[in-house]
Design a binder for this molecule. Structure first.
Ligand code: IPM
Ligand code: MG
Length: 368
């Protein structure tokens, strides 16, 4: 009997529709070859939901996501919604989904694909293969924030001039559970873990560092390295191939993963998996944004989303064969010279061909 998986698909805004459709096409093709049936249900979130329902994350969307086996998301946001209330911004949908589904661990593999070396801004990128484990439901993204108006009375005096604030807050529990995921992952790989923090300045970072050192006693085979985030940003460029697993807070992980995306040729290539409690649906999405400037023009790179679907099959369902077949098809497609605009570059060899979203998706399916 065929296995069945129910996938909630949230296209979102901008190029979201094109890239999620592409990924579902590939996923269905790869799954059917392995006697797996994929059922999809489309849900609305982000700017699209603001336009339709007046809010970025309708109850029906969060409910539908919870009822699914896994969620595939495109991207949200765009200049069209830049003027809406902060609490109604499209990005709130992503944050609401992550916290609503309890997805505290964001896994972002960073791999340089064969043939894309020249698309990297680095002269000799070498073999790059590391994973960023980003804490996803804590830190400054979810800490207390607000605005004090001039004249507001506070216990320690009256506010002079407007003040805005955000706070970086982490509990031991939040840090330990993400550290454990990172240490376990390092054990399955090259056994090297880099903690990225700002422990020379931030109190919360010092707690991260202490807890990481404590946990490393339980993992004597894992080499633990601790870097300040400014230094890490530099080391990612000077010695990218020496990293194996990087674990860090929500904000630092957000920043470093965009940098990592560029190092391997294009942010359009990077997939991600957000996971939480065992047995609950995970969320799978490319790390890039909604690229409204190229939306609907058949120019978006769907590979980050296609690779996110592969991660879904592996991590959520243990379907290693399907995951591998998708990843291998992407490799073959790139090796054959097909490129979307974001991964073409000056000086490309003749064998490289610029194609659109639809063409590269078709090629991936043929290469399955
Ligand atoms: C990401 C994005 C999101 C984030 C935005 C859209 C809220 O940049 O997934 O990296 O900051 O986490
Ligand atoms: Mg980001």
């Amino acid at each position: 009997m065929a296995k069945k998986y129910n996938i909630a698909v949230i296209p979102g805004d901008g190029i979201g529709q094109e890239i999620t459709s592409a990924a579902i096409e590939v996923l269905e093709a790869a799954s059917s070859r392995n006697n797996i049936e994929i059922f999809t249900k489309e849900l609305t979130a982000g700017g699209a939901a603001i336009d339709k329902f007046g809010l970025p994350l309708p109850q029906e969307t969060i409910g539908g996501a919870k009822d699914s086996d896994a969620v595939l998301l495109g991207a949200v946001g765009g200049p069209k919604w830049d003027t809406v209330e902060p609490e109604l911004r499209p990005e709130r949908a992503i944050l609401g989904l992550r916290s609503g589904l309890g997805l505290y661990a964001n896994i972002r593999p960073v791999v340089i694909h064969e043939g894309l070396e020249a698309a990297s801004p680095l002269k000799n990128p070498g073999k790059i293969d590391f994973i960023i484990v980003r804490e996803l439901t804590g830190g400054i993204y979810f800490g207390k924030n607000g605005v004090y108006q001039s004249g507001d009375r506070l216990p320690d005096g009256t506010v002079k001039g407007k003040i805005a604030y955000d706070t970086e807050v982490y509990s031991e529990g939040e840090i330990n559970r993400i550290l454990k995921i990172a240490f376990d992952l390092a054990m399955k790989r090259r056994k090297k873990l880099t903690l990225v923090d700002k422990a020379n300045v931030l109190v919360s970072s010092r707690m991260w560092r202490n807890l990481a050192r404590q946990m490393s006693f339980d993992y004597p085979d894992v080499e633990l390295e601790c870097l300040y985030v400014d230094n890490a940003a530099m080391q990612l460029i000077s010695r990218p191939s020496s990293f194996d697993v990087i674990v860090t807070s929500n904000l630092f992980g957000d920043i470093l993963s965009d940098e990592a995306g560029q190092i391997v040729g294009s942010i359009g290539m990077l997939p991600s998996a957000s996971i939480g409690e065992e047995g609950k649906p995970g969320l799978f999405e490319p790390i890039h944004g909604s690229a409204p400037d190229i939306a609907g023009q058949n120019r978006a790179n769907p590979l980050g989303t296609i690779l996110s679907a592969a991660m879904m099959m592996r991590i959520m369902f243990g379907e290693e064969e399907v995951a591998y077949s998708i990843e291998n098809a992407v490799r073959k497609t790139l090796a054959s010279g097909l490129r979307t605009g974001d991964i073409t570059f000056v000086g490309d060899s003749n064998n490289v061909k610029l194609v659109g979203t639809a063409e590269i998706t078709k090629a991936v399916i043929e290469n399955l």
